[in-house]
Design a protein around this ligand. Structure first.
Ligand SMILES: [Fe+2]
Length: 345
């Protein structure tokens, strides 16, 4: 496995790059906007392909690199389903898996620092965001933080992982880079409490100043969505209602770009093909399956995904590859559901 821990010294943020060779798919956790050039350089140096960029929660101390990474690499942006950000390409919930080729992370909903905090666990390590830090825990006094929820997330989820599990947090301000569950159980001063009440009391007496960047970072991080209007302005989008009139007709092929778990959870538009978003460039280029299908049949390709972000990027990729009829369902399966479009499982 390829694993890199990257540091932003301004905000004290750790960013993690993960990959497992073969096709070189890579995943980045908690990227910082100012460091995006560095991440892309490293991804190129290691001959990887960034396919997912994930935030553990809505950050208050730095502007996320999610939007910039998506714009520059067309990667999928991912957050938890409780996040209030306007648009990310994919949302995960407890017990889902966050996957790239050769890597699968278990999604744990670990609220407390914020109400949209998630942790991601794999065999030997867990990415704890700001829920559990090294010899500390994330503050719970803003962004719908809740010390009692955090106690539950830490004691009833994270500390139940095997003692040797390595902890990689989103921040450290003292230069610590890694710990383990066993070490934190024994030595984290915030965890030496006898009850949830004692923990809540301890957390309510920290009296921390607000992060310097908070007034800038929170509003910026709320709006990481890809503007889908530009795609619509070019005539490359259909509304859910328009798409409903098209399905079943002879001139259209619908292509679902979501992952298997999303399809199982939310249903599929009847009659649609399935193509994984990371494989898209290969299938829309001349000689690729969709390119040849469109050319041979004259059918219009209509992409869709969860909220319209992956499909909007897919339209751009397909148009760049010469598929002039490609369009997408604006707003994705969310909009389709709101328009009472039919779904199968
Ligand atoms: Fe945070």
């Amino acid at each position: 496995m390829i694993f890199r821990q990257l540091f932003d010294s301004v905000s004290g943020t750790y960013t993690y790059l993960l990959a497992s060779r073969r096709g070189g798919e890579a995943l980045i956790i908690d990227p910082v906007l100012e460091k995006v050039d560095r991440y892309i350089q490293l991804v190129n140096e290691l001959d990887l392909k960034l396919v997912k960029a994930v935030d553990t929660h809505l950050h208050a101390d730095h502007v996320t690199g999610l939007g910039a990474l998506r714009d520059r690499t067309r990667c999928i942006t991912v957050m938890g389903e409780r996040s209030k950000v306007d648009v990310v390409s994919m949302r995960l919930s407890e017990s889902d898996k966050l996957t790239i080729e050769g890597v699968a992370l278990d999604v744990l909903y670990t609220p407390g620092h914020t109400d949209d905090s998630y942790s991601f666990a794999m065999r030997d390590r867990v990415f704890t965001g700001d829920t559990l830090l090294i010899r500390g825990t994330g503050r719970t006094d803003f962004q719908n933080g809740d010390a009692r929820a955090q106690y539950d997330s830490i004691f009833n989820k994270l500390l139940r992982l095997p003692d040797e599990t390595m902890i990689f947090p989103a921040h450290d301000y003292k230069g610590e880079t890694v710990s383990t569950i066993g070490e934190e159980k024994a030595f984290n001063p915030r965890l030496q409490v006898k009850s949830v009440d004692e923990y809540a009391e301890l957390m309510s007496n920290l009296n921390l100043p607000n992060p310097k960047m908070m007034d800038v970072a929170v509003p910026a991080n709320m709006r990481v969505g890809l503007p889908q209007d530009e795609i619509a302005r070019r005539g490359w989008a259909v509304s859910a209602a328009q798409a409903m009139a098209l399905i079943g007709g002879p001139d259209v092929t619908l292509v679902d770009l979501r992952e298997r778990t999303e399809r199982e959870k939310h249903g599929i538009i009847p009659g649609s093909l399935h193509a994984l978003y990371p494989d898209l460039a290969a299938i829309v280029r001349p000689g690729g399956m969709l390119h040849e299908l469109a050319r041979a049949t004259g059918k219009r390709i209509v992409f869709y995904c969860a909220v319209g972000e992956r499909s909007a990027m897919a339209v751009q990729t397909a148009q760049d590859a010469g598929l002039a009829s490609a369009c997408h369902i604006q707003g994705g399966i969310d909009a389709w559901k709101n328009a009472d479009g039919p779904l199968t499982r």
